[in-house]
Design a protein around this ligand. Structure first.
Ligand SMILES: [Zn+2]
Length: 344
């Protein structure tokens, strides 16, 4: 009898302890979710072919003032859902198919509903290309040797190489590099001449400046929305930077920021360690600040982007100090107040 009672007690206690453990685990679980870090995108690749970038960009610009504006972010996200981000067999018909599917009622967002891949691609393409198309007001040649102000909507990101300066490049993203340690090439090398003016692709704040043993004289420029960090490396020995460029400078898209050179691969400053003059151009995506440094960095293949941007090259002119400056300035709404004016 006593033994049976003890057994019952034992079963009861075991049951209560198990229940308590489950209750505590449940409560801690909720707590962990509430205080847990915000989810963010850990990985993204730029694989879109040039044709798709051009088609979707044109559609975006054409429909900008229409009832249904079809942004290239939406089109690219739709296409990526269809092709699984493999763009090797893309044809312009694929975009026509999307337009047929859309009819004249739905937005791409409505069409894709809560497709989780669509929202992933939308967030990644927004981060990659967010600063490229915008309303603008800018100076432009008036055809009579003077300037006029024009406004509109279109491509406001510039080629990193100023107009009139030749360069060559191929898709060298991911190639092996061995200086320092074995690693992959995380950018696009634009081969050209020492002293070629290098231009800011997008506006932003200079967040890295000075010597780096790999990049030599380099510049890191963070977009104003914080999601993109542009890297321009191997700038010119002795005079790497444009006038006024320093740590913390705010720059506009199309502004001359430095000069092509061949510095780097040295612990000693101002050493030409490259075998040929070129600009190393890179773009890092940042969804969470923890991705900026360390092992979780996301760098994009910029080859097709550079090709796309070759349509929009900044016209430059030499000032009396021998420095190149832009000829036609631009103003975007996304710029901070200090940049809401023409400087040239
Ligand atoms: Zn490089």
């Amino acid at each position: 009898m006593i033994i049976r009672l003890q057994k019952r007690r034992l079963i009861f206690f075991t049951f209560m302890i198990t229940l308590t453990i489950f209750a505590l685990a449940f409560l801690f679980g909720i707590k962990a979710t509430q205080t847990g870090k915000k989810e963010y995108i850990k990985w993204a690749e730029m694989k879109v072919c040039l044709q798709a970038l051009e088609d979707t960009m044109s559609l975006d610009i054409e429909t900008y003032d229409k009832l249904y504006h079809i942004s290239w972010i939406d089109s690219l996200s739709y296409l990526a859902c269809k092709n699984g981000n493999n763009w090797s067999s893309y044809s312009s018909d694929d975009l026509d198919e999307m337009l047929t599917e859309l009819g004249d009622i739905y937005t791409v967002e409505d069409l894709m509903g809560d497709n989780k891949y669509f929202s992933y691609y939308k967030e990644t393409f927004s981060a990659m290309l967010g600063g490229f198309l915008s309303e603008y007001e800018k100076q432009a040649p008036d055809g009579e040797g003077g300037e006029k102000i024009v406004s509109g909507y279109g491509l406001v990101a510039y080629s990193p190489i100023a107009e009139g300066f030749s360069y060559s490049h191929y898709d060298d993203f991911g190639n092996g590099r061995s200086y320092g340690y074995r690693r992959k090439h995380l950018g696009n090398d634009l081969m050209g001449y020492v002293g070629t003016p290098v231009v800011a692709v997008e506006g932003g704040t200079v967040e890295s400046f000075g010597w780096n043993r790999y990049g030599g004289w380099r510049l890191g420029i963070r977009s104003f929305d914080g999601k993109r960090s542009y890297y321009y490396a191997h700038l010119r020995k002795d005079k790497p930077y444009a006038e006024g460029i320093e740590l913390g400078s705010k720059v506009k898209a199309g502004q001359v920021i430095g000069y092509m050179g061949m510095t780097g691969y040295s612990d000693t400053e101002n050493v030409n360690g490259m075998s040929a003059p070129h600009l190393h151009f890179g773009l890092q995506l940042i969804f969470d600040e923890s991705q900026k440094e360390g092992t979780n960095q996301i760098w994009l293949d910029m080859y097709n982007i550079v090709k796309l941007l070759s349509k929009n090259r900044a016209t430059v002119t030499k000032n009396e100090d021998g420095h190149y400056v832009r000829k036609y300035d631009i103003i975007l709404k996304s710029y901070p107040d200090s940049l809401q004016k023409y400087f040239y």
